[in-house]
Design a protein around this ligand. Structure first.
Ligand code: PLP
Length: 371
């Protein structure tokens, strides 16, 4: 079987070091917010070229806490995309705010700046307070334009980097563009824990301080809360210790993903009916997913399954078409590209340990089926 993703393979790659790190934490007797979390926060911030990093319990919590840190809550609006993990919208809703969805660029799958601009220009109700661009599949959204527009309207920019650890936009890392940035360490992510985890990054010391209070009941000091809206969302010592083992390998593993993408590009470009992922000039993708578009997506997927090749669809239903977020007021403008790509997208197997011979096999099987 060729899996679409394989977090166990990554554990096996680093097994000796991870097992040692886990044992050390177990024997230390300190399991919450200790030296492992503190060291990981510093190492992650350094790796991402950001001043501050605050570990939390998941990527969804990272987004919710980042929004709360910006003072966003009941009755507010936050602009984002519908073509993303539902977690992005769920985090907005958890604060009491409502998401407003804008369309994506069909080639890059990321927020289309012209629709962000159009929405902000034509929106007649309470002014949105923030925008969340999502660096989907490992590729950065168009940050220079999104920042430019957001600043004109005085919006907070919170980057959803859950799928893009280490990706760059015009040579600058994702996570360094907005006011705050949120990462997930779900096991299949480019930097994955062996359980849940997340982190919020920022260059603003005051925002970082507020985040630290909010992740722990609003405590300014132990047992004393100064602000409301605090929750319990801490990255635990075990996950931090595991992430510390994996972090130094992130760049190499991202490079392995890019090599796999190159193999797919070379072989699949032989069939013009396949739309390959397009990487914007000046961007470096970390290929969290390698997503092609084909008309016969479902039939191809089931053929590949019969050949023991796993694939996925990220995501099968845009958020604005899901019952939880189907209120038509959340989509002030048409989402034509979002609705068009959904029936054609297919995520092929990609993870650092996937052998090149297996990618070649996957690509050849796709060509064979589409011939
Ligand atoms: C784009 C995006 N945002 C947010 C999240 C939420 O992260 P987590 O699963 O760690 O809560 C995910 C993870 O699935 C994601 O892919």
């Amino acid at each position: 079987m060729i899996y679409q993703s394989n977090p166990k393979a990554n554990y096996i790659s680093h097994k000796t070091e991870i097992d040692r790190a886990i044992k050390q934490v177990l024997e230390s007797g300190w399991y919450i917010l200790g030296n492992e979390v503190l060291s990981f926060e510093q190492e992650f911030a350094q790796n991402m070229d950001i001043a501050h990093a605050v570990g939390v319990a998941s990527g969804t919590d990272a987004l919710e806490l980042a929004l709360r840190t910006c003072g966003i809550g009941q009755g507010d609006f936050v602009v984002t995309v519908s073509h993303t993990a539902v977690a992005t919208a769920a985090a907005i809703a958890r604060t009491g705010a409502k998401p407003l969805f804008v369309d994506i660029e069909p080639n890059t799958f990321t927020m289309a700046p012209q629709f962000l601009k159009e929405l902000l220009r034509t929106w007649k109700y309470k002014k949105p307070k923030a925008v969340i661009p999502v660096h989907l599949y490992g590729q950065a959204a168009n940050m220079p334009e999104i920042l430019d527009i957001s600043h004109q309207y005085n919006l907070f920019v919170i980057e959803d980097c859950a799928q893009a650890h280490g990706a760059t936009c015009h040579g600058r890392k994702v996570g360094t563009w907005g006011d705050l940035a949120c990462f997930s360490f779900y096991p299949t992510k480019n930097l994955g824990a062996l359980g849940d985890g997340g982190i919020v990054t920022t260059n603003d010391k005051k925002l970082a301080e507020k985040l630290m209070w909010l992740r722990e009941y609003g405590w300014r000091e132990r047992y004393i809360s100064d602000i409301t809206g605090g929750i319990n969302s801490r990255l635990d010592e075990l996950q931090a210790a595991i992430l510390r083992v994996k972090l130094p390998h992130l760049n190499t593993e991202n490079e392995l993903r890019r090599q796999i993408a190159k193999v797919y590009n070379n072989i699949l470009s032989q069939n013009e009916c396949i739309i390959l992922p397009k990487i914007t000039n000046g961007n470096q993708s970390v290929y969290h997913q390698y997503v092609i578009q084909v008309k016969e997506r479902d039939a191809l997927r089931s053929y590949l399954k019969d050949q023991s090749i796993g694939t996925s669809i990220h995501y099968p239903k845009p958020i604005h078409q899901q019952d939880a977020f189907s209120d038509k007021h959340l989509c002030p403008l048409p989402l034509l590209s979002t609705e068009k790509v959904v029936s054609h997208i297919l995520s092929l197997p990609i993870y650092p340990e996937l052998e090149i011979s297996k990618c070649e096999k996957v690509a050849q099987q796709i060509l064979k089926y589409l011939k």
